[in-house]
Ligand binder design. Structure first.
Ligand code: GDP
Length: 430
């Protein structure tokens, strides 16, 4: 069984939830490898809508073991709330495994996230203010507390004391905030420890054993390639590595174990929060994509910025992730446009860039070079095979495949599971 990585090929929100759901029947383990409770999956169960931010949506399938890997930062309060919400729906979380090496989000991380963003004023990054960035910063500074520290509250207390000394000084002297109380935090986290203890595991070993036994494993990335802290549009990025390589560090597996890498991309582009976005459409076309595509964040409710498909970015994502295939989502949203556009290059000060520009100033200021194709009027939500798509729509998909040089193997034409076309790679890239 190949180990598969699922990665967002754009700025996140590509519809990875649906792809995970499609792949789940082949999987024994679904592993999250980075991010925190800033991811968002909407899961519908028996008519009830649940919003999961931390637990993989495969929790709904009793035959799959959901794993939260070491690369994730965990707010135990949120994790327990999600477990309780699932339990209230009769969904068992018994099988959930959490890496002992994952770092904990602490109350001071949440406070710092809020006050530092405010401090940046107009230079705000648009973080979700859940303490994720500050928790990753402490991990790198080596003053983080880890999930395994919950298993020894004496050690926990010592580490908390060291961290809190510095945090309280910063909170009170720099940001004029009240200091936090160590005893209160300790008591709260002791309660969390009691709840989480039996889920804590050496998840890297669990994954290795599953690989050895030939089980199906899906490594699920949150956010997307352009939000990668190393390769994304820094500083408007997340604090971890969503790219496929992040699965190795964030789950504790070697790169040779991974042989299938699926990039999920919308048929257009969206972006949440601040930062450059060359193909953003501020006119009626972008407005229409947002309205038809229901482009609002699951976690924050924020309206997403919308624009035309950017093949330069997708080629960049294909290269960084070694994509072996593409899942194209939300193609139905493009029905009804007179013409559709694809950015094939950028232009800046007389130069043309076919590849992602090496300097961010160029990316900030460049103009997209568009290729235009005829649109299609038909509602395609009922399409189940490639030949059900109108010729103009099919031509658009083939062109995307041709320009990005990655075979499209799944096309999604609506939110429902059956609104999916599984396609044999058809173009020259196959
Ligand atoms: P994720 O974070 O990558 O899983 O993406 P989101 O969950 O934020 O976005 C997916 C949203 O788009 C969900 O509400 C899905 O039901 C919906 N969705 C997924 N695929 C399609 C599609 O092909 N067409 C339409 N119209 N909606 C889709």
């Amino acid at each position: 069984m190949p180990a598969t990585v699922l990665v967002g090929a754009q700025w996140g929100d590509e519809g990875k939830g649906k792809t995970t759901d499609l792949l789940a029947p082949e999987m024994d383990l679904v592993v999250r490898y980075q991010g925190g409770n800033n991811a968002g999956h909407t899961v519908v169960h028996d008519g009830t809508t649940l919003r999961l931010h931390l637990i993989p949506s495969s929790i709904l399938r009793p035959e799959v073991t959901p794993v939260i890997g070491n690369g994730v930062v965990i707010d135990p309060k949120t994790l327990i709330e999600e477990m309780d919400a699932l339990a209230a729906q009769g969904i068992s979380t018994e099988r959930l495994l959490v890496s002992g090496n994952a770092h904990l989000i602490m109350p001071y991380h949440r406070v710092l996230d809020r006050v530092t963003e405010r401090h940046l004023g107009r230079a705000q990054l648009g973080t979700t203010r859940r303490g994720i960035g500050p928790a990753y910063a402490d991990k790198a500074s080596r003053i983080g507390l880890r999930v395994q520290d919950l298993l020894d509250m004496k050690i926990f207390a010592k580490k908390l004391e060291v961290a809190l000394k510095e945090k309280n000084a910063v909170l009170s002297r720099v940001y004029n905030q009240l200091p936090l109380d160590a005893k209160e935090i300790q008591a709260e986290y002791e309660g969390f420890a009691a709840r989480l203890e039996r889920h804590i595991a050496d998840t890297s070993l669990v994954v290795w054993r599953a690989l050895r036994d030939g089980q199906g494993i899906l490594f699920e990335g949150a956010q997307g390639t352009l939000l990668d802290v190393d390769h994304g549009t820094y500083p408007f990025v997340t604090s971890s590595n969503p790219i496929a390589g992040g699965a190795c560090t964030g789950a504790g597996v070697g790169p040779r174990e991974i042989d299938r890498i699926i990039g999920v991309t919308k048929a257009y582009v969206t972006r949440v929060g601040a930062g450059p976005f060359p193909t953003e459409d501020l006119g009626p076309d972008g407005e229409r994509m947002g309205a038809v595509g229901q482009e609002f964040g699951v976690t924050t409710g924020r309206k997403r910025r919308c624009g035309w498909f950017d093949a330069v970015l997708l080629r960049y994502a294909a290269r960084l992730n070694s994509l072996t295939e593409l899942h194209l989502t939300k193609l139905d949203v493009l029905s009804g446009f007179e013409r559709v556009r694809i950015a094939v290059a950028y232009r800046h000060e007389g130069e043309t860039y076919d590849e992602f520009p090496p300097h961010q100033s160029i990316f900030h200021k460049c103009e997209p070079v568009y290729e235009e194709m005829p649109g299609w009027r038909e509602d395609i939500g009922g399409a189940r095979e490639l030949r059900d798509l109108p010729p103009a729509c099919r031509a658009y998909v083939l062109r995307l495949e041709e320009i990005t040089r990655v075979p499209v193997t799944v096309i999604s034409v609506g939110p429902a599971r059956e609104q999916t076309l599984r396609v044999e790679p058809v173009s020259v890239v196959a």
